[in-house]
Design a protein around this ligand. Structure first.
Ligand SMILES: [Zn+2]
Length: 79
């Protein structure tokens, strides 16, 4: 079975490929194991940085998986 993976990493953002039934908390927890120590926050629908894309993009390669962008928690203000 396909496992959750990190598909792209940067200093201030990253993208992961995870099962679509994962909660936001679980996705952020997964991201936290593979990036900076500051933690990661899921980009939510309506975030200008998504440029109109949904927060959870269906994965082209793995049915039942979604791609999610996260921002380093230290680079965002508030919740
Ligand atoms: Zn994927």
């Amino acid at each position: 079975m396909q496992k959750a993976t990190v598909t792209r990493t940067g200093i201030f953002d990253m993208q992961v490929c995870v099962p679509k039934d994962w909660t936001d908390e679980r996705i952020e927890g997964f991201a936290g194991t593979s990036g900076t120590s500051g933690g990661w926050r899921m980009r939510q629908d309506g975030d200008p940085a998504l440029s109109g894309d949904p927060a959870r993009q269906p994965c082209d390669e793995h049915p039942g998986f979604v791609h999610v962008m996260l921002d380093a928690a230290c680079s965002t203000v508030g919740s």
